[in-house]
Design a protein around this ligand. Sequence first.
Ligand code: GLN
Length: 480
Amino acid sequence: MELKTLTIKKFRTGLAKKEFSAAEATGEYLKQIKEKDAALGAYLSIFEEGALRAAVETDEKNAAGEKLPPLAGVPVALKDNMLFKGTKATSASKILEPYVSSYDGTAVKKLKASGAIILGKTNMDEFAMGSSTENSGFHPTKNPYDPSRVPGGSSGGSAAAVAAQMALGAFGSDTGGSIRQPAAFCGVVGFKPTYGAVSRFGLMAMSSSLDQIGPFARTVEDAEALFDAVRGRDGFDATSLALPEREPLTLEDLKGLRVGLPKEYFGEGLSAEVARGVEEAIGKLKKLGLNFKEMSLPHTRYALSTYYIVMPAEVSANLARFDGVRYPGLPEVEKEADALRDIYFKTRGRGFGAEVRRRILLGTFVLSAGYYDAYYAKAQKVRRLMSEDFEKAWSEVDVILTPVTPTTAFKFGEKTSNPLSMYLSDIFTIPANLAGLPALSMPVKGYPLGGKELPVGFQLMGPRLSDKKVLHIGKFYEQA
Ligand code: GLN
């Protein structure tokens, strides 16, 4: 049996029937990592010993006839901004290089309880700021489909790990597209849940009103299984919530479902390849009986500007804690600095990369007394208008379909000298974060893609709390 290509569903039945052991499966994924990751750079740390130990425990339970939890033995990877007790968590920043998590984040605790095996922590743009993983403080990650291209970001390591069969599933965080965009670039499924559906306790905060943890997988069905394992209300995160339980959609329910195509997402800047891919997806969904309708989300054009005010404002507050005192500082600063002020300046000046510093400065500016009303307060109002666009839309359509990204994966260095062009790669994903909506990014042609083609993804967004509906539509697309 090809362990590295199984879906979670097949993995479950295979393990229960003892067609393979959890230790064999974990061993196979660790072998894939050893063979491929030197070239791809998806991982920042690998837990060979811990992973194998956990797998052996699973096998012992299985041998003793114990009922296995839903993700028993499933080898997964975690983005490096998620806390996993006793292991390094750097958010790919030099400032946190020596840091070791002292507790498990809620999603990680739940994953462990559901039996998943944690293989390692994945590379990312520093503190999740970026769209290509080129902003990692350590090394870039390559796109498994074409190593001269980026895997997307900021969760590029998680997407590449799943695409290259170096993990069966993975987790990332999405603040403006960091799960969906790399999923699209790497030809895998990525899901950003409704804001609050997964607890953010133990996720390093970038922009607290936008951040959301979510899964990467090869199929939508697998993504749902990973999401189910981590979601739910959590006493440690006041914004967390439980989704209403609902019956799975049936094929019959799809007939007549109304899908909106917002015209703002199909205009200028959309590349021909992506437009063609999305057209193909629409064609397939029409055959399943879905009805498409053109519509408008008029405030979409302000999404990027709004995001680049709200997000840096929250970044500047959240990253203030990294001052060289409360978290382990840079060893050389400890030796040199003789005054507290000096510790702050040197730690933050040297420990943070250029993009992080840029955003802290922008955020501090938009929150400053003289500019707060002109920028931050105004952006909050526009954010509200964008949410209202969606609220109005839900009376006309059940879900909305759009491209995930304007282009397919771009080349290394193509956008690094111009931050604005990098920011534009999230133009279609940011609105779902600003409005807190669930959004699924899935490959038009499924996984894995053969030949030399680059993957293209499409996005399905639904009303708040409609996560399951969105996932189930994706599942039928995949089966078809
Ligand atoms: N690429 C976007 C940014 O740079 C989104 C990042 C994210 O979702 N974490 O902010």
